[in-house]
Design a protein around this ligand. Structure first.
Ligand code: JHZ
Length: 410
């Protein structure tokens, strides 16, 4: 664990802190009750700063990535149907746009359980996943995806080039935020990319995060929060260029896909996004300064709602032992006297408890069996998918609470 002194992108020491959520448990440190009883569950300060020099938003307290992603990591991408469909569309779109075939080479950084690369493997396109988390890496191998079980950086990039050549396509979804060494990761991409090749990076947009008050997507695994501006600035420092931008409003609360390449050839969309962020002041302290108050208000409102419902005798459960759920319940203080248990589809999380607050994590079928009066959707980014899936619970009178952008009973 270390305290950030200088921007991870440009090195400026003029950092502007704008949010402090206090000490929060590690988002995916989902322990068994016995492990909790043995003591020593770690809590770390969760505070965030902007670098006004290059626009990068970043955590001030950095936890060692080995602790976050290797020791006890139970996130498997394949439990969301919507994410699987989105990823398949991405893969098929790239195969067509770049004319990828048996002579091409695709690398995915943070390939998790093979949820995306499986599409390239099925199409007979050579693909390699890089994934340091042992559980997801093994799940990918089990479905025929080739995986290097390591953290990515410049050194691994050089090794892959020496052994397998450069990549036509590098995909990095929800990972550029997840490594402390921002510049090393981008340098590795530059090393690995073929001339004329394409890098695609997906990550929730920090601009949307602020607009939607999605403070709970801030947790220790996310060392930084990205915008078109900060991605462009970071990429240019290693000799890559931002050439295109796409936007998926329903994915993880508003996700951008950034396209990088060796050549500087920005599309009209890339220029429009950069201009839009400049107009909003997305790299200035003013854009972030009111955020902390809005987050505090959300906490007050959600606590009041849950306490009032409890006072009326309601039973309340939650849906989604998501990483963002840890930030939400820990910061708001949703203890077991307010929410009894959390359900989740991910079998690897069952029998374990929520970090910090220790609600048991149970299979989703429990909702129709026990019919709690309310269910807080902690994985609110999948609210529609979850509500569709839980139609029987709703038909029997169950109600949902969506916590962001402000708590609402639906
Ligand atoms: P989910 C993830 O964060 C992982 P998390 C990661 N930290 C990241 O960067 C962001 O996304 C962007 C479950 N679920 O994906 C599965 C159901 O039970 O929103 C998950 O445990 N039933 C790399 O963990 C959780 O909810 C369902 O129908 O905050 C969702 O977690 C669906 C759709 C999901 O994000």
């Amino acid at each position: 664990m270390s305290r950030l002194r200088a921007c991870r992108s440009c090195g400026s020491t003029n950092l502007h802190p704008f949010l402090d959520l206090g000490d929060v448990a590690l988002a995916d440190n989902i322990l068994t009750p016995e492990e909790v009883a043995a003591g020593g569950e770690p809590f770390h300060r969760l505070d965030v700063a902007l670098c006004p020099n290059c626009g990068l938003v970043q955590l001030l307290e950095e936890v060692d990535p080995g602790v976050l992603f290797v020791d006890n990591y139970h996130y498997f991408s394949s439990f969301s149907d919507a994410l699987l469909a989105h990823s398949r569309e991405h893969a098929l779109g790239r195969i067509e746009a770049q004319g990828l075939g048996p002579d091409s080479f695709v690398v995915e950084l943070a390939s998790n359980d093979g949820y995306l690369l499986r599409n390239f493997v099925e199409a007979g396109i050579p693909a390699l996943g890089v994934e340091p988390s042992p559980g997801p890496a093994q799940a990918a191998r089990d479905i025929g995806v080739d995986v290097v079980e390591e953290f990515f950086g410049d050194e691994l990039a050089a090794r892959i080039v020496a052994e397998r050549g450069r990549a036509d396509l590098i995909i990095a979804n929800n990972v550029l935020a997840h490594i402390p060494d921002f510049q090393g990761f981008l340098r590795g991409m530059k090393t690995l990319l073929k001339p004329g090749g394409v890098v695609t990076i997906e990550n929730p947009s920090v601009v949307e995060l602020v607009k939607r008050c999605a403070f709970d997507t801030m947790y220790h695994e996310h060392y930084r929060y990205l915008s078109c501006t900060s991605v462009k600035n970071g990429a240019e420092r290693v000799g890559l260029h931002l050439n295109h931008v796409e936007y998926f409003p329903d994915l993880h609360g508003g996700t951008n896909r950034w396209y990088l390449g060796h050549d500087d050839a920005p599309s009209p969309e890339a220029l429009e996004w950069l201009e839009m962020e400049a107009d909003l002041g997305a790299a200035t302290p003013e854009f972030y300064d009111g955020f902390g108050h809005r987050v505090e208000q959300l906490k007050t409102d959600l606590l009041k709602l849950l306490r009032d419902l409890k006072a009326e005798g309601a039973t309340i459960a939650a849906y989604g032992a998501a990483a963002k759920g840890t930030t939400m319940i820990n910061y708001v203080g949703i203890t077991t006297d307010l929410v009894d248990y959390v359900v989740d589809r991910n079998v690897h999380k069952h029998g374990r408890v929520m970090p910090g607050t220790h609600q048991p994590i149970r299979p989703v079928e429990v909702l129709v069996e026990e019919q709690p009066d309310y269910v807080v959707i902690l994985a609110w980014n999948f609210a529609e998918e979850i509500m569709r899936q839980q139609a029987a619970y709703a038909e029997a009178g169950g109600k949902f609470i969506v916590p962001v952008p402000s708590p609402e009973v639906v």
